[in-house]
Write a protein that binds this ligand. Sequence first.
Ligand code: NAD
Length: 518
Amino acid sequence: HWRSVASVFGIARMSTTASHTSFPARLPNLIGGEFVESKSKSSIEVLNPATQEVVSMIPLTTHKEFKAAVSAANKAFPSWKNTPVTVRQRVMLKLQELIRRDMDKIALNITTEQGKTLKDAHGDVFRGLEVVEHSCGMASVQMGEFCPNIANGVDTYYVREPLGVCAGICPFNFPAMIPLWMFPVAVTCGNTFVMKPSEKDPGASMILAELAMEAGLPDGVLNIVHGTHDIVNEICDDEDIKAISFVGSTNAGRHIYSRGTAKYKRVQSNMGAKNHALIMPDANMDAALNAVASAGFGAAGQRCMALGVAIFVGSSKSWEEELVKRAKALKVNAGIVPDTDLGPVISKESKARIHRLIQSAVDDGAKLLLDGRDIVVPGYENGNFIGPTILTNVNTNMESYKEEIFGPVIQCMNVDTLEEGIDIISKNRYGNGGSIFTSSGIAARKFQAEVDQGQVGINVAIPVPLPFFSFTGSKDSFAGDLNFYGKAGMHFYTKMKTVIQQWKGLSGQGVCLAMPTK
Ligand code: NAD
């Protein structure tokens, strides 16, 4: 059934206009290796944000179907756990090959459902692909430790074992990368997985799951259930699910963290953000402003590491006009149109929220240097477009500063000293990342040491680590103890078992009731 649905989508997804709207098929769930249609009577439409075209629909999965998915994952666990890690790695080796083969197809689906440009959609897949590549070396990453002869004839070692059924709850902004932050690491560690894609752009998860099965992932190791809040709450409450990986907004993440941990599950929760750039007057102006514009307006500002605040220190304030020039040169259009720099934001609601926050900044005394609110894109008049917007004279009391805007808006502030800038960034409730632009090693080192942010960029606007490190947001941007991917990701999906063994001649020792001391 899924293949026939997919062929319909093949047509619908290729379309960039509203002319193919007659095939909005409903996506199946993936349960125990089968793509099965939900019996639910409730559906949600997946819309192309550039056109409002209905691309597909998702079902609000029923309780019974959710339980069937968890049960399939449970059933698959014992044999998958006992499958040698080398075999599990080989599935990932094949998966990375298949993702490369189908990169264009996945990227096109992302552009159609999420709106970002095709080039950026390729980046979305590529950054997830790197996690698959890293998972190919999981045997080395998860090796235990051994200490021989800690007492007479006694050795101690520990091994890492998978947890069982794990679950993932995904946001809309990286439809391929974030599912790939989760299930490749989880399953290569020997777990089985139940994934809930974002209801706004589930297509990439479906393609990735199909590829994982083609790569040899056994039935039931990866399952997909569609839905929204109810299915998320089911995931939090289910006794058989041992761990939850969440990426999304702070409100949802805190709810899931509290509800999941109340059921004694492990939860890693990557949440909202407000990322700052601190621009020193000794920075390379051209490089700094190019980086700030790229990180502020890329993906229409809908990245968790989007750079929403630029703090100009001292005389660098005069560079604001140069930033405006760069912003004005950017092309806003449907992501499918070649040479587009910014696509639409995800939904009409999101556009309205961003407009409201821009207006609130103006009402609170900020000055608009560039207003992208009235933009109309010929041929895509129904799209959720917002042009690059720059505000200045922003301060920390403004609602627009306190809230995550998640749109193509850069808010500029001015301070006299490096210390003042560090203070503002450190006091922000979010801790995903902060960057300094400077040619002074002394300023950079001070910034790195003193700023209270989980990820620091030095002349780098989006300091996101590759998968051999971990994604290390902090404060209101993260809840949990073990971060995504890298060693921490492997630790999250495994538990330690310590073994103490004694192999020596045991005769003639007698009974000894005291604690051994040698
Ligand atoms: P969202 O929180 O609205 O949705 C994320 C997921 O949670 C979805 O699957 C959704 O169905 C579910 N959900 C939403 N509200 C819920 C609720 N009240 N109860 C139960 N489930 C709920 O987030 P989004 O709009 O899809 O994504 C954007 C957000 O994600 C931004 O805040 C962004 O900063 C954040 N994000 C963070 C990172 C990171 O690594 N820190 C990465 C990407 C995105």
